[in-house]
Design a protein around this ligand. Structure first.
Ligand code: HEM
Length: 444
């Protein structure tokens, strides 16, 4: 059969895995420049097929679950989420589990979470001095850890629990790395710490669930939705499953939002004229009011465009993967069963016929009259697309708008480093530390 062309380079046995690890985006871009929408790379033990450009991305994201599978691609998460949770569950069960998230992310809940985002912005940035230098990567990850804890476990737990929770969570994260991608159960210290942390996390959630059963009223958080949910056959979730799903949503939503927060800081420090326009938008919507509401956030169109544009230039998830269950053809090329197909938001977002002048930071692209993200429905894929598109899009937008609304109204930012390169050594790509930014509180 007529396989897609093979990218030159790569090593015996491991193929292109080393390059995929050190600079995946440069590798995918090199292949696209040479061959266009579809080409092959050699991965350990399997053929990788990279698909970029709006036509290839449309093909990619329209597959059904019986045609391609995410399960093998994301099995490195199984030791954290747990057996039988999310990608490790049978497709029907995974669908039901994702359905519980739908309940936890419905609009009435989003309003409650937004109150938490607003309260956290005031609390967290209220502790900043008049001026200071911060590592914006750390700031993003810390503030979103607190907002996440509020949404998952409630506002009370934000103060009671965040230390214990964040330590366990850090150990769980330490067990997710490039090694675990190929060998998730090696007896390495990081993997042992990961497994111990998961046992403790179950104990911690078990305690909270027991308290909830005694005092079931008035809890508006993701944990409560899971406690009240049951599968289609009537079975309630076990504490192990509740913990696994809490970790699933935490891993999906925390660093992705955290690094986006920090990229916005970098982009706004680099583009002061956009910063000024965003401050003007805040004034227009709020007048002299200090406290913002859910409805105010809906009106912040330039801020919305800024978030979309940060996600276009710096998508936190640079690659997504699926295992091919049924061979298919694309542009006359044959993609065999068993191969791993790869799509890349980072490369796909910078294809000039999808987004003109693709390297330019231009939040106006999304505003009425232009709406460049609508031109190709599979062009902007920071949140994926199709049946497994991210469930946290609205959540992420509300959270980032609440945090940035506060900063825009209270601080000015300056760059401290000449450039802010992307760090590809993490699974979620953020700015490379130290990512230093100076803030100054605006006199009122
Ligand atoms: C799926 C990105 C925030 C929950 C995805 C996917 C991407 C993504 C690319 C698709 C993966 C694939 O196709 O293989 C992001 C980004 C975020 C973000 C860039 C922040 C800026 C969130 C938040 C939540 C969340 C805040 C929850 C509150 C999920 C879930 C899925 C998902 C549950 C799986 C959906 C499915 O498989 O049907 N996300 N995400 N994400 N995301 Fe997000």
């Amino acid at each position: 059969p007529n396989l897609p062309p093979m990218l030159p380079g790569g090593l015996p046995f491991v193929g292109h895995a080393a390059e995929l690890r050190s600079n995946p985006v440069a590798m995918v871009q090199r292949g696209r420049d040479m061959f266009g929408d579809i080409f092959c790379v050699r991965l350990p033990g399997t053929l990788g097929v990279v698909m970029t450009g709006h036509a290839a991305q449309e093909k990619y994201f329209r597959f059904r679950d019986d045609e391609v599978s995410q399960r093998e691609a994301y099995q490195l998460m199984t030791p954290v989420f747990g057996k039988g949770i999310a990608y490790d569950a049978e497709p029907q069960i995974m669908k039901e589990q994702l359905g519980f998230f739908h309940g936890a992310l419905r609009e009435s809940r989003l309003r409650t979470y937004t109150d938490g985002f607003i309260a956290e912005s005031e609390h967290f940035f209220g502790q900043w001095g008049d001026t200071g230098e911060v590592n914006m990567l750390e700031v993003g990850n810390e503030v979103t850890l607190y907002t996440s804890t509020r949404c998952l476990l409630g506002d009370k737990m934000r103060f009671k629990l965040s230390r214990e929770f964040s330590e366990l969570y850090a150990d769980l994260e330490g067990g997710i790395n490039v090694i675990s991608f190929f060998a998730p159960y090696l007896p390495l210290p990081a993997m042992r710490r990961r497994d111990k942390a998961r046992v403790k996390m179950v104990e911690l959630i078990e305690k909270i669930v027991a308290e909830r059963r005694l005092d079931p009223e008035g809890h508006e958080d993701i944990l409560q939705t899971l406690v009240e949910s049951s599968y289609a056959d009537g079975r309630k979730l076990t504490v192990d499953e509740i913990t696994g799903l809490i970790l699933t949503i935490m891993f999906a939503g925390h660093h992705t939002s955290g690094v986006t927060f920090s990229w916005i800081a970098v982009l706004l420090a680099q583009h002061p004229h956009i910063f000024r326009r965003l401050v003007a938008e805040q004034r227009e919507i709020l007048g002299d009011r200090e406290r913002i509401t859910y409805d105010d956030l809906q009106k912040m169109k330039l801020l919305e465009g800024t978030i979309k544009e940060a996600l276009r230039l710096y998508p936190p998830i640079i690659l997504v993967m699926r295992r091919v269950l049924k061979a298919f053809e694309f542009q006359g090329k044959h993609v065999p069963e068993g191969s791993m197909i790869i799509a890349s938001p980072a490369v796909g977002h910078r294809v000039p016929d999808v987004f003109p002048e693709p390297h330019r930071f231009d939040p106006d692209r999304y505003l009425a009259g232009r709406e460049e993200d609508k031109r190709w429905p599979y062009g902007h894929i920071a949140f994926g697309a199709g049946r497994h598109r991210c469930m946290g899009i609205v959540f992420a937008q509300l959270q980032l708008r609440a945090l940035w609304s506060h900063l825009l109204r209270n601080f000015e930012l300056d760059m401290l480093d000449p450039s802010y390169p992307v760090d590809y050594t993490n699974l979620i790509a953020g700015p490379r530390p130290p990512c230093r930014i100076r803030y100054r509180r605006i006199a009122k």
